[in-house]
Design a protein around this ligand. Sequence first.
Ligand code: MG
Length: 361
Amino acid sequence: MKITDIKIHLMRAPLARPFRISLGVITHAVSCLVEVETDEGITGYGEGAPGPLITGENLEGTVATIRVLKEKLVGMDPRDMEAVYTVMNRVVAYAGTAKAAIDIACHDIMGKSAGLPLYRLLGGLSNELETDITVGIDAPEVMAEQAKAHVQAGFRVIKTKVGTDIVSDLARVRAIREAVGDGVKIRLDANQGWKRKEAVEFLNRLNEYDIELVEQPVARYDLEGLKYVTAHSLVPVMADESCWDAKDALKLVSERAADLINIKLMKCGGIYEAKKIIHIAEAAGVECMLGCMVEESGIAVNASAALGAAMKNVTRADLDACFFLSDVPFEGGFEVRDTRRLILSEDSGLGIRHLKGDMLS
Ligand code: MG
């Protein structure tokens, strides 16, 4: 089997409401969808959604990188991931988003070629997972109201964005816990918003609100700071922006700098690299979560869900991007049950049947 073409489609869709995190505001899902075509008539679907606030990438750059990669990948067998990845890394450094688009499409082809749904190809532990839902930064009463509505709709885990200042953050967490009551998990994401000592002070004051974990309390490059918070906080600490790829994961776990790791296909460059992170973390007794970019359309969320369901060391999921869109630009993929459960397709590959042209350019 050989790759014959890589087609690129662009999506720009407004989010149900602007989404604020400590780094800025996101108003649209902006993404690059790819179709990797082969000489055997199998087409693989993939997606690269640049999150400028997190990865520093943008749509124009992602499209340009995919075009450069295409020049080298046409003629290769998309199922030879080790070879595909070696070529991609030789052509361009970093660029996780562009690589993820191709990686996801190649995995879709592998599944289709083997006649297996992707979750079975990747390990097959389970065919479903439960996602949380995220509440963006806002006034405490607004966030509490949104959290309550999500719980009433069926979600059991609320991820709350924080990281502005400790007084406001404390009011946010208190209001949300009071609104949702006991029995609902609350996880926090500070998106690098705090300094190490204030983070520890704050997290220890939060203990009474029964917080499951906090993502990325300090700046992504401050590994010493992350280690300090992990050592002194009663709330478990998850590395997100501090963990890009397998090399970061190895450093984090060997220095015990985080209790947990959040993996995103757009950061690490796809399933190929994500599996390495999961294995490294598992060997160190560190559990992983699969996350997504708010900018994603749902194709990459399907790939992340398949990986997360398939592998034992993925114990949490933050795969809520498609809930912020009024429609998704494809047919097929997972089915949502009880609001929070993503039930993976039994069709081969990702189970995505076709793209919807009216949402794409
Ligand atoms: Mg995060």
